[in-house]
Design a protein around this ligand. Structure first.
Ligand SMILES: [Zn+2]
Length: 121
């Protein structure tokens, strides 16, 4: 897991409108991502994915806004986070030391990832 993930979002964000309408959402986004990581670190995957999914859906508020590119960036960060966790779970549920208790989390991860990838158009 990439623990510096939360810091990178702020650096990545290069809003052409100086946060005109995305600043509030960026705060919320960072809070959501931080919350999700807390869950992932303590292996409460379903809670973590719930938070990520909620954050992802909230980015569509900015769809018709001058900050729609910022929203797109938020979604990319969420998708990348989701991909990382899914990959972690894949490793945890395969190979020599299979941890069966994470199989359902891995199934959920794949489902959430597919879901948000499809919505990201
Ligand atoms: Zn913006």
């Amino acid at each position: 897991m990439n623990k510096s993930g939360n810091d990178e979002i702020i650096k990545l964000l290069n809003c052409p409108f100086e946060g005109y309408s995305c600043a509030g959402q960026m705060d919320e986004m960072n809070n959501n991502l931080a919350e999700a990581w807390e869950y992932f670190i303590s292996k409460e995957y379903s809670h973590g994915f719930h938070v990520l999914k909620k954050a992802f859906d909230s980015t569509f508020i900015l769809r018709k806004d001058p900050c729609k590119n910022c929203a797109r960036l938020f979604r990319r960060v969420i998708i990348e986070s989701c991909e990382n966790v899914t990959l972690d779970l894949k490793k945890m549920t395969s190979g020599i030391i299979k941890r069966k208790k994470y199989i359902s989390d891995y199934e959920l991860a794949k489902k959430v990832l597919k879901d948000i990838q499809e919505k990201n158009v």
